[in-house]
Unconditional design. Structure first.
Length: 591
């Protein structure tokens, strides 16, 4: 069935059910960013494969609301689908709700599938539209009846990580969560988000591409802990191990029976990480506290064992990247390389490394103007062949048993221009400024964002995405609750948090530049003026100096760059052969 035919089928069901507008979020019952194939509803309906967006369908209009990262991709993928791109003014904002409020009058019905909408999104829709007299129905699934050969839910086995890897037992983590529930005066807690559950029970799996998580729910009180997971995913040894930690394992779908029969007086739900269908099933006599999952912040602060393992993973990842960039330089003149083929080659180098499990997201290999698309993913019909000229941006990462990596590097394949060098150096300056920032305890991410952005703003340049996101420990590459962006997120930077620093600059039709390292926040010093913190740079991969316009940098930037590249060489050289070592020595020589 073509996308235009799917749209017609949905509209027919809307007429049959007296629905005036139908909303399809990019989500699943766990409010995941990356989805199992079973829940890739937007891709199936419209052809758009980006990880962020919302479809809204009426009888006379069908639109995809998404942000600037996906404008070019969306225009290409929506062609002939019957859907039009609607450009978001603010990333992640539910701007389609205001559109619906203007388009429809009292008595109209707006519907969505509550299994795919977070409580936060559902409340936004209901609180905006219902006062206007519009009917909102959050329990309508229009895709299930028409989705032929829909992929089934994954059945791959899950496994438990030993404490030697995690640094903390499930029993200890449950005690921390219970302490937070006691502080909040809440009797129980339902967890839907897969990475929170993976952290809490030290469980990992392969249910979602690039994210080592397992479809599951969890329920925690002061006296019990229940993990809801599909039968057969855990072996008897793992079930016994969890039982020893005080965890009961039940079937995945049993969570709904538990919710409907709850007899506690209060429950904590995270409105951003709980679907509306779950929320609406909770008995009305139970007091619901809407708050951040306690595990979300606990998980973000890595313990010393996790940090030590992450440093090891970064070295292995740096070895793979060094081999890749050497291979790329030696083969680009062959005219046989493409954006897709080099991404596959890079994955091959990572697969050779100890503990490698998967890539942490689809590799972004953007050549020339494709590099100006921050979330570009090469498709066979649109990809570029590489030539020995122009800029190549490679944003990639790996999932290792000992950590998660995310790195962006830009290299010139030849014939670099003065504009490219100036843009590159300003972005590099921002990366360095963010990385070497010293700040007081209690600093928020938007303050680091401002520091990192300053070299670009000073030259009237800017970038449209955030400066940094949290990163998990052998978990999701995008991990909250902390971010380095311009929004006033009230989450302080805590020692042990791992975050990316990734300023960029994008010239549409020309080139894109982003230089990304991961850093760990750490305590620095306490004195009469306060408690101070700074960052430890974790990423171990040389930063190309061929594109550096040295006159733009201050001496402290030059010193940082030279020291960083020398440190990279010292860490990686022991794992390289003599030829690779000589190549890296040249790449890391001081400027």
């Amino acid at each position: 069935m073509k996308h235009i035919e799917k749209l017609a089928a949905i509209r027919q069901l809307m007429k049959k059910n007296n629905i005036d507008a139908y909303i399809i979020p990019s989500s699943d019952p766990h409010i995941s960013e990356y989805l199992p194939e079973h829940y890739r509803c937007i891709a199936w309906t419209s052809g758009f494969t980006g990880s962020a967006g919302t479809l809204v369908i009426t009888q006379d209009f069908a639109g995809l609301w998404t942000d600037s990262r996906y404008f070019v991709q969306a225009n290409q993928q929506l062609a002939g689908s019957g859907f039009e791109l609607v450009k978001l003014k603010v990333q992640h904002a539910a701007e389609y709700v205001s559109w619906l409020a203007e388009k429809f009058t009292a008595g109209s019905t707006i519907a969505f599938d509550g299994n795919l909408a977070s409580l936060l999104v559902a409340n936004t829709v209901k609180q905006t539209l219902e006062p206007l007299g519009l009917n909102v129905n959050g329990h309508i699934d229009l895709l299930g009846p028409i989705w032929e050969n829909r992929p089934s839910l994954p059945t791959n086995a899950a496994y438990l990580l030993p404490i030697e890897i995690t640094g903390k037992s499930t029993a200890d983590k449950l005690a921390e969560v219970r302490a937070e529930l006691e502080k909040a005066h809440v009797a129980s807690h339902l967890i839907s988000s897969l990475d929170d559950i993976a952290w809490l029970f030290n469980v990992r799996g392969t249910d979602v591409n690039c994210n080592p998580v397992v479809l599951s729910f969890a329920y925690v009180t002061q006296t019990e802990a229940i993990l809801f997971i599909a039968d057969g995913k855990l072996n008897e040894q793992s079930i016994t191990e969890l039982k020893t930690a005080g965890v009961e394992v039940r079937s995945y779908n049993e969570v709904y029976n538990l919710i409907e029969k709850l007899e506690v007086n209060s429950i904590l739900l995270d409105p951003k990480r709980t679907c509306f269908a779950v929320y609406d099933s909770i008995p009305k006599n139970i007091k619901i506290t809407e708050a951040l999952n306690p595990s979300n912040l606990l998980k973000a602060v890595k313990n010393e064992v996790e940090l030590a393992h992450t440093r090891e993973a970064m070295i292995n990842d740096g070895v793979a990247l060094t081999k890749f960039f050497k291979w790329l330089e030696e083969n680009v003149a062959s005219n046989k390389l493409s954006e897709i083929s080099i991404a596959e080659k890079l994955q091959g180098f990572r697969e050779e490394q100890s503990g490698f499990k998967d890539i942490s997201f689809d590799t972004i290999a953007g050549y020339k103007d494709h590099g100006a698309l921050p979330h570009y993913k090469a498709e066979p019909e649109f990809e570029y062949q590489l030539e020995p000229k122009g800029l190549l941006l490679v944003d990639s990462g790996g999932q290792y048993l000992t950590g998660t990596t995310d790195i962006t590097r830009v290299v010139s394949l030849g014939e670099m221009t003065a504009e490219e060098k100036e843009d590159y150096t300003l972005v590099l300056k921002g990366t360095i400024d963010g990385s070497r920032a010293v700040f007081t305890t209690g600093t928020r991410g938007y303050q680091i964002d401002a520091i990192t952005r300053q070299p670009l703003l000073a030259t009237k340049r800017n970038y449209g995405h955030g400066t940094g996101h949290g990163v998990g420990f052998f978990l999701n590459v995008h991990e909250g609750p902390h971010v380095f962006n311009g929004t006033a997120t009230d989450i302080p930077i805590l020692a042990g948090m791992i975050t990316s620093i990734e300023p960029g600059l994008y010239r549409e039709g020309k080139h894109g530049i982003r230089i990304e390292n991961l850093v760990a926040a750490k305590n620095l010093e306490s004195n009469q003026f306060g408690d101070f913190m700074d960052f430890e740079t974790l990423t171990v991969c040389y930063i190309d100096t061929d594109l550096v316009e040295k006159s733009i940098l201050h001496q402290e930037h030059i010193d940082w760059l030279n020291n960083y590249n020398e440190w990279v060489f010292e860490k990686i050289a022991p794992k390289l052969n003599e030829e690779e070592k000589a190549w890296l020595r040249n790449k890391t020589k001081a400027i």
